[in-house]
Design a protein around this ligand. Structure first.
Ligand code: ATP
Ligand code: MG
Length: 444
């Protein structure tokens, strides 16, 4: 892709309205455009990254046996009246009336709708467990939308729901999602820490928030530093090993604000291991038993001829918020250098030719390189403008493709000036470059 033909409206300077670096960068490189308070259009660069994040989230849901569905954004108030949440949810719910004067709403979450889908078709314990998920826009009329897409009103979320016959099976489902979240965030090159959390308006008694550390985060956290050393690789989808996995994390005190207890914290964590800081919530999982299935009549037949309400959990990931969260974790705003993890990078590599007027050899060379890269499924962004080299590099550093090839005076013979953002420039042949990038991509 040529930068002259791409829709990447870059600003010369940082926009003054943005307070945190993810919001600054997203506006600066034209990833998003605000359309009204807390509501954004996603432009090509931002959209591309979000779609890659979405795909990783999807793959890790499928891997634990969750099945994808798609529920609508607009819901009927009826089911919310059945669960009792229509009144409780309050002003965050955007309520709409249709032309027949029916009360509708833009879904802030989907427990009711998915319970309705479940109860109409699943009748026997033999069909359990069921793990269903969708990736869909949500609307919450946040009182103070801020920080761009980090806390906005319309946002893109993956929400999954589990249905099980009893508590024990339901905990197994819960632990599957726990594992799946660890894997998802690892593929996004984020260190997300599971923390015991409050269940809020979703209800229930078992809950973890997945939080990445960031000074600009809105969640206050109290944690035992040793939790950062827990390695979770290699865990299989077995009851015992998943239980042990969760225990490995739960042995360390690690909670958000609402669950904080000073006495407990100081009793359990030695002073040198205490960490009080802030973080960004990127995921949240809940177990709430029959909170929705009971009032909504979601029951199944049991083996002994009895009936019982199905036991449910719900599992959210903020797909659009993750775009900002990755920037908070990876953007060096002082030097204005972003490096996207290869798994979600909008382009794998940028090609930066030094182009003098009336002289096309550097651009010709870029095109030839690009052809070879394409054959190897490596996507490049080529700066075909006649700006000077340093302003081109500045621009590409903001866009954040993790690798760069610079075609300038120093380019001689087969060796290219190649660099991974943040590392030294090296002389490499195109074959070597392709090999490096292919290997990096294969490891994701
Ligand atoms: P928060 O505590 O940040 O308000 P929440 O607890 O209300 O979030 P959940 O209902 O757990 O959110 O939603 C699941 C995920 O959706 C959250 O972990 C978060 O990543 C994302 N999310 C929630 N609200 C917003 C929002 N207003 N803007 C962007 N993403 C959001
Ligand atoms: Mg939450």
């Amino acid at each position: 892709m040529y930068i002259s033909k791409s829709f990447i409206p870059i600003l010369k300077n940082n926009p003054s309205e943005a307070q945190i670096k993810s919001h600054q960068l997203m506006l600066r490189v034209g990833m998003i455009k605000q359309s009204s308070a807390g509501i954004y259009s996603w432009l090509p660069l931002g959209f591309k990254i979000m779609k890659k994040i979405e795909q990783i989230v999807r793959e890790e849901q499928n891997r634990i046996g969750a099945q994808e569905i798609l529920m609508p954004t607009i819901q009927s108030s009826e089911i919310w009246k059945e669960s009792g949440r229509y009144e409780d949810y309050g002003e965050e719910m955007l309520r709409i009336k249709d032309r027949q004067d029916r009360e509708m709403l833009y879904g802030p979450t989907n427990e009711e709708l998915v319970t309705d889908i479940f109860r109409s078709s699943v009748k026997s314990y033999k069909s359990l467990p069921q793990l269903l998920y969708h990736i869909q826009w949500k609307f919450r009329d946040e009182i103070r939308p801020r920080f761009g897409i980090m806390r906005c009103r319309e946002f893109y979320m993956k929400d999954a729901y589990s249905f099980d016959v009893n508590d024990e099976e339901a905990f197994f489902s819960y632990n599957k999602f726990f594992l799946s979240y660890l894997k998802t965030f690892k593929r996004l090159d984020l260190k997300a820490i599971p923390m015991a959390a409050d269940t809020g308006p979703i209800g229930g008694n078992l809950s973890h928030e997945f939080i990445i550390l960031a000074e600009t985060g809105e969640s206050k956290i109290y944690t035992d530093k040793r939790i950062f050393d827990v390695i979770s690789d290699g865990t299989k989808l077995e009851k015992k090993s998943l239980k042990d996995l969760r225990k490995k994390y739960e042995q360390f005190y690690s909670v958000t604000d609402e669950k904080f207890d000073k006495k407990e914290f100081e009793g359990k964590v030695t002073e040198s291991n205490r960490l009080i800081t802030k973080g960004i919530e990127v995921g949240h999982i809940f177990y709430f038993g029959d909170k929705y299935s009971k009032p909504m009549g979601g029951s199944v037949d049991l083996p002994e001829g009895k009936k019982d309400f199905v036991k449910m959990g719900s599992y959210g990931i903020g797909v659009s918020r993750l775009v900002g969260a990755i920037i908070e974790a990876k953007y060096d705003s002082k030097n204005e250098v972003m490096k996207w993890p290869i798994s979600v990078a909008p382009y794998d590599i940028s090609i930066i030719p030094m182009i003098n007027k009336n002289e096309t050899s550097a651009l010709d060379k870029s095109n030839k390189i690009n052809l070879e890269l394409e054959k190897n499924n490596i996507e490049a962004l080529i700066d075909d403008t006649d700006e000077n080299l340093s302003s081109k590099i500045k621009k590409m550093n903001l866009i954040g493709a993790p690798y760069q090839i610079i075609i300038g005076k120093q380019t001689e013979g087969n060796l290219l000036e190649f660099k991974e953002i943040g590392e030294e420039t090296q002389k490499k042949s195109l074959e070597e470059i392709i090999k490096i990038i292919k290997e990096r991509k294969a490891n994701n």
